[in-house]
Design a protein around this ligand. Structure first.
Ligand SMILES: N[C@@H](CCC(=O)N[C@@H](CS)C(=O)NCC(=O)O)C(=O)O
Length: 212
């Protein structure tokens, strides 16, 4: 049995949770706040980041590594295509969204969601980087009907939990949703994926935790 550790506001936590729900894998949840100094937490997640999991074999951090583990441990239903190239393309998009969209937009969250302020320099730098990276993702993101094309995959789990955050953060800080402004019509896609029971559970738990 997997114990998923973290909290329901975390997009990375929700990515892993949604994958586990899609798999029908048995798991329990343990509330752990980020930046813990608990040695037991740091032994599993050395930077104190969430999510991390505990398994009978030991602990593991980094959501993409956890997703790979989940796929291997619970092969059905498959969340990566059986075709090697198609599977590579799913991983490519997952990585692109994490590294080039979410991690960049993350610098805005303090102001967008938590009542802080971001310096003008940071705002300008992030905006420039996002402009380039959002233009780039248009080559990879199909949304027709799924993230990489006609098959639901792990890329949808990542896209569903991250694209709205990038949209909301940029709208809050720059006055426009940079994804929509770039012509990425992701909202109908999010609505469609949001109808899946896994997505509904993740969103309901996030709302119940007192967040957006
Ligand atoms: N690369 C990590 C990122 C996880 C991450 O940044 N989680 C956030 C919560 S959403 C966190 O723990 N932040 C605290 C920190 O960065 O110190 C993953 O994919 O699991």
């Amino acid at each position: 049995m997997i114990t998923l550790c973290g909290f329901a506001l975390s997009n990375y936590y929700n990515v892993v949770k949604m994958a586990l729900l899609e798999k029908g894998a048995p798991f329990t949840e343990e509330m752990v706040k980020p930046r813990s100094s608990d040695p037991a937490v740091l032994a599993i997640s050395p930077l104190g980041k969430v999510p991390f999991i505990k398994t009978a074999q030991g602990g593991m951090c980094e959501s993409q590594a956890i997703l790979e583990y989940v796929e291997a441990a619970y092969p059905q239903p498959a969340l990566f295509p059986s075709d090697a190239f198609a599977a590579g393309k799913v991983r490519e998009l997952m990585m692109y969204i994490d590294l080039h969209l979410e991690l960049v937009a993350r610098e805005l969250y303090g102001q967008a969601f938590f009542g802080g302020t971001v310096s003008d320099d940071t705002k300008a730098r992030v905006q420039k980087t996002l402009q380039r990276n959002i233009a780039g993702v248009k080559h990879l993101l199909k949304l027709s009907p799924y993230a990489t094309g006609d098959e639901f995959s792990m890329a949808d789990v990542v896209a569903f939990n991250n694209l709205p955050l990038v949209g909301m953060a940029t709208r809050a800080v720059y006055g426009e949703d940079m994804l929509s402004a770039a012509g990425i019509d992701y909202k109908p896609y999010i609505k469609r994926i949001g109808e899946r029971p896994s997505a509904q559970k993740v969103v309901a738990d996030r709302k119940a935790s007192g967040s957006v």
